[in-house]
Design a protein around this ligand. Structure first.
Ligand SMILES: [Ca+2]
Ligand SMILES: [Ca+2]
Length: 117
């Protein structure tokens, strides 16, 4: 018995698996391929196995350009950093700094001029 595709042959039959599936150990039972544990995926960051396929996603701080291709989000040029004074973009993140004479506060984004150096 085939659990997915059965192909009739002269006096017998053979089984086949759908795309995304493979035989377990006999040649009749198909099970999902975990592409994330093999090299059969093109995700650059996060791979999630799904039944019959898989999906790619990007870590926080990166945007998905499709096909599992992730690039850094430039929080500074997008204006989403929250930095009060200076913003420096990094791969996957960013950090704030303050102008001379200002001190970066505990929230890592605001600057206070009371603590001049
Ligand atoms: Ca799969
Ligand atoms: Ca960034």
């Amino acid at each position: 018995m085939c659990n997915q595709i059965c192909i009739n042959t002269q006096g017998s039959y053979t089984c086949e698996c759908k795309i995304g599936y493979q035989f377990i150990n006999d040649n009749s039972t198909c099970e999902d391929i975990n592409e994330c544990e093999t090299v059969d995926h093109n995700c650059t960051q996060t791979c999630s196995n799904t039944v019959g396929s898989y999906t790619c996603s990007c870590r926080a701080g990166y945007k998905d350009n499709g096909y599992g291709n992730c690039t850094d989000i430039d929080e500074c040029s997008m204006g989403t950093s929250g930095c009060q004074q200076l913003c420096f973009n990094t791969n996957g993140s960013y950090y704030c700094q303050c102008n001379t004479g200002y001190k970066l506060m505990n929230d890592n984004s605001s600057c206070d001029g009371m603590y001049s150096y």
